[in-house]
Design a protein around this ligand. Structure first.
Ligand code: GDP
Length: 707
């Protein structure tokens, strides 16, 4: 008997039972491992004698707490929105926070708001943020900083003075307001809550898994989803007719699973490219008579790129031509060996036609989600993503939202850039009106002032005014950037940036070529590029022209597209522009390989090498003002230049590192003083010289690394 089955029978968590069985001395790898009858009986008896769950106890009684079920209210009309939005605003504008202060607009981490050539910052000024606000590519700003002798990487914080200098150089003035420490918690509480890190462990509860079906066309994704939905409705648990709202919730054994309707991996990746990475588990559907096809492989590659958990459903087992073993063999060749073949991929055999195995598939999904320990905090203000949206006659804009954390309530103020509004009504996938919706719940929301884009993020704000001010400042920013829509960029600079954040140097590549032979040859050569500092990951390889879908995948996964002897399909140019994806087209293999090698070298952080240029000894110290002192020095070797970096050494200690504000030779300012000459040196923020101190001047060179 398998461990998860035993766990279900005696009503305990299968992970817990696995641990107990291992402690008992029985070898068991996972919840799918089998135990013999003696062991099973032992655990049955001890569970019963523990007074906990008798063998016959319904499993859901002991199931982990799930996200709160959406609260159902009577199906009466919600109070209509005030006829005049203005009136609503005026009323809401008076909202007070618990401190009694009238709310200020904007969220805590947002800039105070730029206005024309004035950039306003609160908190740290990070290179990439400053570049974005000045409408520059980050590497241009880095180059400018280097020209000012400031070495900074894209995620580094800048000194306020340096930031102000560089902003001035480009015609901006930069105003900096230090964030008040006492303000912080108040603002955080009263406006939007965003950082997941703030969740206290005691606030976290299990949430239903979010599942997507992917696979080759006609292998049964739609049929299987329909079968699952209908059997759930037929069992009377949900009590309504399934509405197509882009996702649905299915109940099985008292637990919920949320299914996203994605008509394939194209839509799945397109959502990801817009920033909505919602899926926890991708179930790859493979028809038992057809086996693994081109799009099955592509779907698997897309799921891998999304870093979601992959499960397999072998469908159409009712057909006489079904050959389950052949599918399993093919899966083994794709590094997805099924568990019963010694691998670790959960593989369920089903028929969407007869319903055979569907219950088992749902059990397997729940088991998998139990292992993943999916949690969310239902107590915070809701946030999540738009699954689909439309303008409906009579109701105005309606949006299907999937709550990922927090609880969304009727009456909440929502921002879904560039739209905002107040939730006037929430309806679930069974057409039932709700008062609130917790984590992993999809709902149709009425109340936004416009139709948002599928894949965009929504957040609940303290009040409607705060949401609107944020929406307005977003619109102003869009206008300023002359962008029609929010854009995620995947230029090489961004690929570089994403690697820095991860501290992992991996170049992700999508490879398209004319024949399977060239795909394999190029893939092999790419993977053979040797480097101990950076690795290359071909996240998708295939034959045929570059498609929009490839561009979405590149954008969603921060990858580049490398193409050999193929061209681009219609619409690709537009997608490339929208996402700023880099495509490298080649017709000569060694040129392609050279280019990838060059890209990899460019992605390595340049090595910083220090070059000492000279030393001077402090012979006498002259006070020049109340606090200022100038060191009278003798250059013992090399040269001293006023533009170089400098440190003060006292014996073995370094007592100062910084820069020079003045270098004098006799009475005059000098730019350089050579060995054997005397000079006067004044330092920035340091005057505590002692006679005998050694001043060392140096430069830092950036040296490109080799692979
Ligand atoms: P999708 O393109 O992956 O969404 O595939 P569909 O759900 O549209 O199914 C394609 C065809 O296969 C339809 O004609 C279905 O009726 C049929 N089909 C789906 N599942 C099964 C199954 O389990 N057994 C049989 N015999 N036919 C199935």
């Amino acid at each position: 008997m398998r461990i998860y089955e035993l766990a279900k029978e005696i009503g305990v968590d299968s992970k817990e039972l696995l641990g107990q069985i291992q402690d008992f001395g029985v070898e068991a790898k996972s919840h799918m491992s089998s135990v013999d009858d003696v062991t099973a009986d032992h655990f049955r008896t001890s569970a019963a004698s523990a007074g906990g769950t008798a063998v016959a106890t319904a499993p859901d009684k002991e199931a982990p707490a799930m996200a709160p079920q959406a609260v159902v209210v009577e199906a009466k009309e919600e109070t209509p929105a005030p006829a005049s939005e203005q009136a609503a605003d005026t009323a809401l504008a008076e909202d007070k926070d618990p401190t009694g202060e009238t709310q200020k607009s904007g969220d805590e981490d947002a800039p105070t708001g730029d206005d024309g050539s004035t950039l306003r910052f609160q908190g740290p000024i990070v290179v990439k943020e400053l570049a974005a606000r000045m409408n520059f590519k980050p590497n241009r700003l880095i180059a400018d900083l280097m020209a000012m002798n400031v070495l900074a990487s894209i995620n580094e914080r800048l000194d306020v003075k340096v930031a102000q200098n560089i902003a001035r150089k480009h015609g901006f003035s930069l105003e900096y307001e230090k964030r008040s420490a006492t303000m912080k918690p108040i603002v955080r509480k009263s406006l939007v809550e965003s950082a997941e890190d703030d969740d206290q462990p005691e606030d976290l509860i299990h949430r239903p898994p979010i599942v997507t079906f992917l696979g080759h066309v006609d292998h049964g994704k739609t049929s299987l989803l329909d079968k699952i939905r209908n059997s759930s409705v037929a069992s009377g648990e949900s009590g309504g007719i399934t509405q197509h709202i882009g996702a649905s919730v299915v109940e099985t054994n008292g637990q919920q699973i949320t299914f996203l309707d994605t008509p394939g991996h194209e839509a799945f990746t397109a959502m990801r490219a817009r920033g909505a990475n919602l899926t926890d588990i991708a179930v790859i559907i493979i028809a038992a008579d057809d086996g693994v096809m081109a799009q099955t492989e592509e779907a698997i590659q897309h799921a891998h790129a999304a870093e979601v958990t992959i499960m397999i459903a072998i469908n159409k087992i009712d057909l006489p031509a079904a050959n389950i073993d052949r599918v399993k063999q093919q899966l083994q060749g794709l590094d997805l060996a099924p568990e019963d073949w010694g691998g670790s991929t959960i593989c369920a055999e089903v028929s969407a036609m007869t319903g055979d195995g569907v219950g088992h598939l749902l059990d397997m999904i729940l088991l998998q989600s139990e292992v993943m320990e999916l949690t969310a905090n239902p107590t915070r203000r809701a946030q999540g993503y738009v699954i689909e949206a439309e303008l409906q006659q009579g109701t105005g804009p309606t949006s299907s939202l999937l709550v990922t954390s927090g609880t969304l309530n009727v009456g909440d103020a929502v921002l879904c850039k560039p739209h905002w509004g107040r939730v006037r009504a929430l309806t679930n996938d069974k057409g039932v009106k709700l008062k609130s919706a917790g984590p992993s719940t999809p709902v149709v929301c009425i109340g936004l002032c416009g139709v948002p884009e599928a894949g965009s993020e929504f957040q609940v704000y303290q009040n409607e005014k705060a949401a609107r001010v944020e929406a307005d400042s977003h619109l102003a920013l869009l206008k300023q950037e002359k962008l029609a829509a929010p854009k995620r960029s995947t230029s090489i600079a961004d690929v570089f940036e994403s690697m820095k954040e991860d501290e992992k140097h991996v170049l992700k590549v999508i490879l398209k070529a004319d024949t399977q032979g060239s795909v394999e040859a190029i893939r092999e050569s790419l993977l053979n590029i040797e480097s101990d500092k950076i690795s290359l990951d071909v996240i998708l390889s295939g034959t045929g022209n570059i498609t929009k879908n490839d561009i979405n995948l590149a954008s969603a996964s921060a990858a580049i597209v490398v193409a050999f002897h193929v061209s681009q399909e219609n619409g690709v140019g537009k997608a490339v522009k929208a996402h700023d994806v880099e495509i490298f087209m080649h017709s000569i293999i060694y040129e392609l390989l050279d280019q990838v090698r060059d890209l990899m070298t460019g992605m390595l952080d340049p090595e910083l090498r220090e070059r000492v240029l000279g030393h001077a000894e402090v012979r006498q110290v002259f006070p020049i003002s109340k606090t200022g002192k100038i060191a009278g020095c003798f250059v013992t070797d090399g040269r001293i230049s006023s533009r170089m970096k400098i440190r003060v050494k006292r014996g073995d200690d370094v007592v100062y590192e910084g820069s020079m504000v003045q270098l004098k030779r006799f009475q005059n300012d000098a730019s350089e003083v050579r060995e054997g000459q005397e000079c006067g040196i004044r330092l920035d923020n340091f005057a505590n010289f002692d006679e005998g101190d050694i001043l060392e001047v140096y430069e830092v060179d950036k040296v490109a690394q080799t692979l």
